[in-house]
Design a protein around this ligand. Structure first.
Ligand SMILES: Cc1cc2nc3c(=O)[nH]c(=O)nc-3n(C[C@H](O)[C@H](O)[C@H](O)COP(=O)(O)OP(=O)(O)OC[C@H]3O[C@@H](n4cnc5c(N)ncnc54)[C@H](O)[C@@H]3O)c2cc1C
Length: 382
């Protein structure tokens, strides 16, 4: 157990304060004993994987950060059992070694297996859910639970583990033997090359900030506008990067945070950014995405939840207020009077800092035009 550890070194954004306590958990027993310690000492916990999708508060974290670092793996024919702390890139190398397919779409996907399972990470049409056979997870009481693929409730960047705050400890992946090694390597490398070409990998970043917009949830006129760039990943989507580009926000800079010019769905740390800079930039994009009436901003959980408890976003009310004010002013300029209904204003009290109060929150806006034609815009606040 270490004390007062800087979290900036563990976030790909390279921002954030210090954690009061920090522990590396290299196996199931170590995860359990970290949980038991936190309970006994009345400390909050936060589970960390590779830190490639996380924004820590500038004020740091008052509690215990448990870094999941069990990275053992073993093969049984085409089955691969691996600890949640192994990096996806090491898993790809292991598959390549055994000439097994199933994970090559993830070439260049940063982070750990545990993080990928929790968020059902995906790209280039593939998703981790496609190869997960079963998962061993631990709840905050230290109970070890086993789930098969169906139990995991995977959906677009979502899973049961996210929903129920379960710690992914290990998983079994189902692979295939259907391509020669050179071909597998070629596919994985092509994904890496694509990322180098189109993503701002030279700067600290945590990947795309927003989910892409499923075509089926977007107004037909918006679909029409973006019809030439619709892609299937894993279903037809309008890339949010294009919407941000369209909104003229490429290169927009707040403090040390910048909307990447290379890939506008990335926010990069161009030097000495704070988490607050990142958060403000994010909120700005959020308002614009909203403004663009894409209807649902399809926000990812890139700026994870406990941030809001102490850090960037002082309180839920303030944040919602700011979003709403921006929207109101914007539409007032256009002569439109928004009628705003906030639902779920009484959010359930939650115990743990890494819980997402925003997961449940929604802002519903009804915009009336001159003819009183009401249109309902609804989005998740987070
Ligand atoms: C350059 C770049 C490109 C990216 N491209 C993609 C992409 O194409 N597709 C995509 O889906 N994502 C992408 N990402 C985002 C990120 O890589 C993935 O979301 C990744 O799966 C996160 O894993 P991690 O181990 O780094 O998680 P972390 O950042 O450590 O944590 C993210 C969340 O998962 C939780 N978590 C981590 N490990 C566990 C565990 N074992 N059990 C329970 N909860 C856990 C954390 O508490 C946190 O809430 C990209 C990121 C970068 C930097």
């Amino acid at each position: 157990m270490e004390k007062n550890i800087s979290l900036a070194q563990f976030s790909n954004y390279k921002t954030g304060g210090a954690a009061d306590y920090f522990v590396n958990a290299g196996n199931l027993e170590e995860i359990k004993s970290a949980l038991a310690w936190a309970k006994k000492n009345n400390q909050k916990i936060f589970v960390l994987g590779g830190g490639t999708n996380i924004l820590f508060p500038d004020e740091g974290f008052r509690g215990l950060v448990i870094k999941i670092s069990n990275s053992d793996f073993s093969f049984d024919n085409t089955s691969l059992r691996a600890g949640a702390g192994i990096t996806v890139s090491d898993l790809i190398s292991a598959c390549l070694e055994k000439e097994l397919t199933g994970l090559e779409w993830a070439g260049g996907l940063p982070g750990t297996l545990g993080g990928a399972i929790r968020g059902n990470a995906g790209c280039f049409g593939g998703e981790i859910k496609d190869i997960v056979e079963s998962v061993v997870a631990i709840n905050h009481q230290g109970e070890v639970l086993k789930f098969n693929n169906q139990d995991c409730r995977f959906s677009y960047r979502h899973s049961l583990f996210k929903e129920e705050k379960l710690i992914v400890a290990e998983a079994v992946l189902n692979l295939k033997k259907d391509l020669p090694r050179e071909k597998i390597a070629e596919i994985a490398q092509s994904r890496i090359d694509y990322r180098i070409k189109y993503q701002p990998l030279d700067w600290p970043n945590c990947g795309s900030v927003f989910k892409n917009c499923p075509v089926e949830k977007v107004l037909p006129q918006v679909v029409e506008q973006f019809k030439n760039i619709i892609k299937t990943d894993p279903f037809p989507v309008i890339p949010t990067a294009a919407l941000i580009h369209e909104a003229g926000l490429k290169g927009h800079t707040i403090g040390g945070a910048q909307v990447s010019t290379k890939h506008p769905n990335f926010i990069i740390n161009i030097g000495n950014a704070t988490s607050a800079d990142m958060g403000h930039t994010y909120r700005k994009l959020l308002c614009i995405a909203f403004d663009m009436a894409v209807l649902r901003a399809h926000l990812d959980d890139k700026f994870p939840r406990f941030v809001y408890h102490d850090g960037v976003f002082e309180s839920l009310d303030d944040r919602k207020k700011e979003i709403l004010l921006t929207v109101i002013h914007r539409y007032a300029d256009l002569g439109i009077q928004p009628v705003i209904t906030l639902i779920d204003s009484d959010l359930p009290a939650r115990e743990d800092p890494d819980d997402s109060v925003f997961d449940d929150s929604e802002i519903v806006l009804t915009l009336h035009d001159e003819n009183e034609q009401g249109r309902l815009f609804k989005m998740r606040a987070w």
